[in-house]
Design a protein around this ligand. Structure first.
Ligand code: WTA
Length: 667
């Protein structure tokens, strides 16, 4: 946390009205899964006993555990380590065995309007067949399989087939570039990549297989040869694709050879489940490692209690992509482990028009809906007349995730989508935490618009100052997790030192989340955004450093500084300031802007494409040469430039600020 990134004090200036609150209705409370606040006390009195109880009651173990938590070698935690289970069996077979085989697991809706209804029995059958297929391609326990897929049922089937065999998946979001995909494949040393020809986005098939081809053609990094032996391709869009002989196989051709007989074997609770990459404060994304028993325990518990799920009657819908942790935990593992019914939608919310989501809620009678503030703000902009054309009366609970939700968006969400009565659970968590950490329990918590409020039972959260001392109510500080939790990140894949340095160096045995937070007078938690070099654009984490290194990788760029500037719709937007190399007469400023925006998109992915690229002559630096991004953020957000006294050359900021203002006026 460098001093040039805005302080906790300035973040805390975000005011809120602590007086406004919405208690659960007596009817909601009466039917809620958790309706006695005794649960918090019981869990706090003995968190390990609480989690052991959840693990025992909510999951099926092949071999029961006798140890709960092993924290003898911090920060490397082990949960339920001598127990054995099969994650796929917990998500599938046991529901069929319990007589719920006919229950719908997934209502799939493709963007063009094609649909598939998949019951638990069918999903179990398909996963068993796919597991047999993967096994014959050589996948065994301990392997890693890369998955680069659109939002279609085969993605879920592929993930569950991998983990059924005791292997781990590394899902790469379909919006990432060939280069990003290759780096992730190399890092986990995957021998198999599962992909599709493409997936529908905004009315056309957005290609995936060509990106895999490109990724595999890139030069081997560090002289290490590529590891991929096979690419399994699902035919989603009927697009023409290039199939490399001996390497590439069509899923639909291969699968015909396999039947649905497959007995799930138990694997130790600390067996890797998945590796998911997330942006950190340095250029290289971190491979966040999760394991099976603890992860599934907390995901299953929070899905049930925070969303108040009744598997026999609710229809859940999470609009995230499976390529992000929200999709892993609350599309795949949480809903399926609980035996719930959910909607899975392939495309974008505005295809063919902004009514699509609401039409799907009406069509499938969705009762619990989970989305991100950025999406809510986009819908607000379009206007309430769109959702008002649909029957949304099936909705009984709404959720939010990905970034702080501003109270205005919260109220709109509740009033317009939730008929002024559906409770909203604002859930704070991270790729690293695996599952929800701070969130209301809807039958118990009086909701405050804009606050995630309270740690989940069995989770110890504190807001501390820079020295690790808890702050008083009314004060801001840094969010830490004080005790290990079941679904916590186990390691950074292949880099334990980075795991220690990133999360544990600052406060020793307390996990440092990288988020600023404030406690209100009641002790409720209000998140204030990241305190490090991580931006949050539309709920996606992007690293300042990673984008800067992509920019300086362009032949015309001498130096670059990137900031996350406030953006009405996306929360934050990427704004880049670049100095061009002086000998580059070939590129004009106007060309540079276009070119560099696409350059970043092709190197990292479209989500990282800068909103603005400003060509400047100099960057504001301290006398020791450190770039003062705080001042660039002021300029990018159109604010008065803050204290420039530590700058080596105070005129620089004036020039930059004039430049930004001139451009804004020109547009
Ligand atoms: C932010 C997504 C405020 C936060 C599940 C965190 C939030 C980062 C919230 C993790 C929320 C997520 N309120 N901020 N309800 N949810 N965040 O790893 O900054 O993609 O550190 O996980 O998103 O993003 P990630």
């Amino acid at each position: 946390m460098s001093d040039d990134h805005g302080t906790i004090e300035s973040l805390s200036a975000l005011a809120h009205d602590a007086g406004e609150s919405y208690p659960p209705s007596p009817e909601f409370r009466a039917q809620a899964n958790q309706n006695s606040s005794e649960i918090y006390l019981r869990a706090a009195a003995d968190p390990e006993a609480y989690w052991a109880e959840q693990a025992q009651n909510r999951l099926t173990w092949k071999k029961p555990f006798t140890e709960v938590l092993d924290w003898t070698n911090p920060p490397f935690a082990k949960w339920f380590a001598d127990g054995e289970l099969n994650v796929a069996e917990n998500c599938l077979d046991r529901h069929v065995a319990n007589g719920h085989g006919d229950r719908v697991a997934i209502h799939f809706e493709g963007e063009p309007g094609d649909t598939r209804t998949i019951t638990y029995a069918e999903l179990t059958h398909e996963v068993k067949r796919a597991a047999n297929m993967l096994a014959s391609l050589g996948v065994t326990a301990g392997d890693r399989v890369a998955i680069y897929m659109p939002m279609i049922p085969e993605t879920v089937i592929a993930m569950l087939a991998v983990v059924r065999l005791g292997a781990a998946h590394s899902v790469v979001f379909g919006g990432f570039s060939a280069e990003s995909l290759r780096a992730r494949i190399d890092d986990v040393e995957a021998e198999l990549v599962i992909t599709a020809d493409g997936g529908y986005r905004k009315g056309r098939v957005s290609p995936l297989k060509p990106v895999v081809d490109q990724a595999l053609e890139l030069d081997d990094a560090d002289g290490k040869p590529g590891t991929v032996k096979h690419v399994l391709v699902v035919n989603r869009g009927g697009n023409e694709v290039n199939m490399v002989d001996g390497r590439d196989l069509w899923w639909h051709e291969e699968i015909t050879a396999y039947d649905g007989e497959h007995t799930a074997q138990g694997f130790p609770a600390e067996n890797p489940l998945f590796i998911l990459y997330t942006s950190g404060t340095t250029g290289k994304p971190k491979g966040i490692l999760h394991t099976t028993g603890g992860y599934l325990t907390q995901v299953t518990t929070t899905f049930s209690d925070v969303f108040d799920i009744k598997p026999e009657s609710d229809v859940f819908w999470c609009t995230a992509d499976v390529g992000w942790v929200t999709g892993h935990s609350y599309i795949v593992y949480g809903p399926l482990s609980n035996g719930a019914t959910q909607v899975m939608y392939e495309g974008t919310p505005d295809t063919p028009d902004w009514g699509r989501w609401w039409q799907l809620i009406e069509k499938y009678k969705v009762s619990i809906f989970y989305t991100a503030p950025t999406a809510i703000r986009s819908c607000m902009k379009v206007g309430r007349q769109v959702p008002e054309q649909y029957d949304l009366s099936s909705l009984r609970l709404l959720g939010s995730v990905g970034e702080p939700i501003n109270p205005e968006a919260w109220r709109w969400y509740r009033d317009v989508i939730g008929a002024a009565k559906a409770p909203i659970v604002d859930t704070w968590w991270q790729t690293e935490t695996g599952a929800m950490m701070v969130a209301p329990l809807p039958g118990l918590t009086s909701l405050k618009p804009g606050s995630s409020q309270i740690a989940q039972p069995g989770i110890s959260i504190a807001v501390v100052d820079d020295d690790g001392n808890p702050v008083e109510n009314g004060q801001g500080g840094l969010l830490v997790v004080e005790r290990p939790w079941p679904s916590m990140v186990r390691n950074v894949w292949g880099d334990p030192q980075r795991f220690i340095d990133t999360y544990w160096d600052k406060f020793g045995d307390k996990y440092f989340a990288g988020d600023g937070a404030r406690l209100d007078e009641d002790g409720d938690i209000w998140f204030l955004g990241r305190v490090d070099d991580v931006m949050n654009v539309s709920g996606h984490r992007l690293s300042t450093t990673e984008i800067e290194s992509a920019l300086v990788g362009h032949h015309a760029v001498a130096e670059a500084a990137v900031v996350g500037a406030d953006d009405e719709t996306t929360g934050q937007a990427v704004v880049a300031f670049v100095i061009l190399k002086s000998q580059q007469h070939l590129i004009t400023e106007a060309e540079a802007e276009q070119e560099l925006r696409s350059h970043v998109a092709s190197h990292i992915g479209a989500i990282a494409r800068p909103r603005n690229v400003y060509v400047v002559n100099e960057l504001p630096k301290t006398r020791s040469g450190k770039i003062m991004r705080r001042l660039l953020k002021d300029a990018a957000e159109g604010r008065k430039i803050g204290d420039t006294t530590t700058l080596a050359d105070t005129m620089v900021m004036q020039l930059i600020s004039d430049r930004v203002v001139a451009e804004r006026e020109a547009k």
